[in-house]
Design a protein around this ligand. Structure first.
Ligand SMILES: Cc1cc2nc3c(=O)[nH]c(=O)nc-3n(C[C@H](O)[C@H](O)[C@H](O)COP(=O)(O)OP(=O)(O)OC[C@H]3O[C@@H](n4cnc5c(N)ncnc54)[C@H](O)[C@@H]3O)c2cc1C
Length: 290
């Protein structure tokens, strides 16, 4: 749920919106992130149907952080003791507890139980380093199944599209494009659009430079039917190596009660922001119960 600072504001370069199909998720957000930290995004969504025509997406409430996606994690983290910019390298058994050691060797404290919410590749590395091989075996399968995504945020003085604010093009290169400035609370001058590449295009351009990626994806964007011809005057690119989960039939969470180590994440519960919350909630219930 990342936002990147851009001139005069920010653009959401990761998750674009989230659903709350489980009403308990909304209750949780209101209570813990704060009622002002998110709002419904009532944009017009379109997808490219047969014959290149644009059609409306079926609607369901879609929510975004306000004034940027990170407002939610900011709200949530105010209630916990958080140490940011720390990479845990290893869990070290000390009696019946776990000591957390970070990459610079600093001891980050000793805890009764540990929850790992890193993507599968990083979780696997951490588990193997910590001698938790049986949990690592469960994580191995999903490691290769997280798809990458190049993201570009581009600024336009004139609107490139007017009919829809978010679109799923029929394109080999572009998976999604959206007018970030149409989200509530943004107040940008001009419009910031976010473009996401398809996993296939990203994999084929994984080592390309940010400038090349911006140029190529903006050219694909300009070629979409209905584009006004408006040109971008600024663009930034970001590469996500672990963006979308394709695993199905996963258990929701993993918990080794004897070791006191649990694993949660969107990739264990169908992907997406709501999946991450669902996974964490179910793990917390299991840990509290037992
Ligand atoms: C481009 C893109 C578009 C998306 N679009 C949508 C969307 O429109 N709607 C939607 O619902 N979802 C979307 N998603 C998915 C959504 O972002 C994820 O489902 C959600 O962020 C997963 O949350 P998480 O907490 O499980 O994992 P993450 O958000 O991946 O967080 C894992 C965290 O663990 C940290 N970490 C890793 N290793 C360590 C370590 N050793 N020590 C300490 N910290 C570590 C990482 O730095 C990271 O901050 C999108 C994702 C991407 C990338």
């Amino acid at each position: 749920m990342a936002s990147k600072r851009v001139a005069e504001g920010s653009a959401d370069i990761g998750a674009q919106y989230f659903t709350a199909r489980n009403p308990k998720f909304l209750t949780f957000l209101k209570e813990h992130a704060g009622v002002d930290s998110f709002q419904e995004w009532t944009a017009k969504f379109g997808f490219q149907g047969p014959g290149q025509t644009w059609q409306s997406f079926p609607g369901e409430p879609r929510y975004v952080g306000v004034p940027r996606m990170t407002a939610i994690t900011r709200g949530l983290s105010e209630k916990v003791s958080l140490q940011a910019q720390v990479r845990i390298a290893r869990l070290n058994r000390v009696g019946a507890q776990w000591q957390l050691l970070c990459t610079d060797g600093v001891d980050r404290g000793v805890f009764d139980q540990v929850i790992i919410t890193a993507p599968p590749a990083q979780a696997e590395e951490l588990l193997l380093e910590s001698g938790l091989t049986s949990l690592a075996d469960h994580v191995k399968g999903p490691v290769g199944e997280i798809l990458p995504c190049w993201a570009v945020a581009a600024h336009f003085n004139e609107a490139p599209f007017t009919e829809f604010e978010a679109m799923r093009p029929d394109s080999k290169a572009l998976y999604w494009v959206a007018n970030n400035s149409s989200k509530p609370g943004r107040n940008d001058s001009g419009q910031w659009w976010v473009l996401h590449a398809t996993p296939e295009w990203t994999a084929a351009h994984v080592d390309a430079s940010s400038d090349d990626v911006s140029e190529q994806l903006l050219a694909e964007f300009a070629a979409m039917p209905g584009h006004s011809g408006a040109a971008a005057d600024q663009a930034i690119a970001h590469r996500w190596l672990y963006a979308r989960s394709v695993s199905e039939g996963l258990p929701g969470y993993l918990f080794d009660a004897k070791a006191g180590v649990g694993i949660a994440g969107d990739w264990l519960a169908g992907g997406r922001v709501e999946g991450a919350w669902d996974s964490a909630s179910r793990l917390a219930e299991a840990m509290l119960a037992g």
